[in-house]
Design a protein around this ligand. Sequence first.
Ligand code: DOR
Ligand code: ZN
Length: 356
Amino acid sequence: MTDSIRELTILQPDDWHIHLRDGKALGTTVPHAADSFNRVICMPNLVPPVKTVDDARAYRERIMTHLQNSDISAERIAAFDPRMTLYLTDNTTPQDIEMAAKSGIVQAVKLYPAGATTNSADGVTDISACVDVFEALEKYDLPLLLHGEVTQDHVDIFDREKRFLDEVLAQIIIKFPTLKIVVEHITTSDAADFVLAQGNHIAATITPQHLMFNRNHLLVGGIKPHFYCLPILKRESHQKVLLDVATSGNPKFFLGTDSAPHATDKKEATCGCAGCYSASIALPLYATAFDSVGKIDKLEGFASRFGAQFYGLPVNQSTITLVNTPMQVPNAYPYFDGTSLTPLLAGETLPWSIKD
Ligand code: DOR
Ligand code: ZN
């Protein structure tokens, strides 16, 4: 690195939590993801959800078809490797888990408490009834990815993550002491502390929005729907702790953008959808967050090493170079059927960009 132009070359990153959606949406989301990431763990909350190995295989093929039809380089096409997840329902069986583990294409299973977030209506209504499924996950060493929020109406939205840790996750960990778990998109210091207190089989992903923003960004001066995601942004003290742990070099914390596309008109609405779209600008966002605390040197571990290590996969061999040349985030991308997709920080300037 020189003083004036600073460049950072890191191993190619992976995104361990992304929503690519389905159908025509893939025409926008897949090239954006493949531009920066090699492996991406694709969330299964489609309509209908990805519930079986056959669903997962068919979904992966649809993703790859959109990749072939995109205008990204042959090199990026060859490197892109979407990894599939299954969506747990009340009807998932231990046999489904065994088949998933033996399939070679399912990387993990995702548990959405029913009603917790976008397309979670088919999620699990009673986690205590998942004992057989958790046993099978533990037996076959298949990771459980958690949307860690309770859903009872009376629980304050800002407390839902902590309540899940205390009332649900703590019990799961006692009953299944070797089950590999990723607490996805953590948003609180409580979650960071919780994960730190566990063994190395329990890890967490962190999104760019939870590192860069807090609930003031969402609410002060007017409601900013493009900062609305779930779990919701919390107070600044939590944001600071997340930035601390993400930049600490602790391998329990790694990159998962939770990039979650919703057409602009579905976000800017009286009942706006939850999700921040970040796939296309995720690396400049993370670089900006890490650099803001003088820890850009910790980005490679977080973005390119620790997730692979957790999943028992080799790190990527190619590299990507970030440079502190500013970039302007587009106001919107064309989405499908004449709609548009507004990214996080649309129209703003980021201090870091990806070198051509
Ligand atoms: O904000 C979110 N959007 N959080 C989630 O958990 C799901 C996601 C989506 O699928 O849109
Ligand atoms: Zn998600």
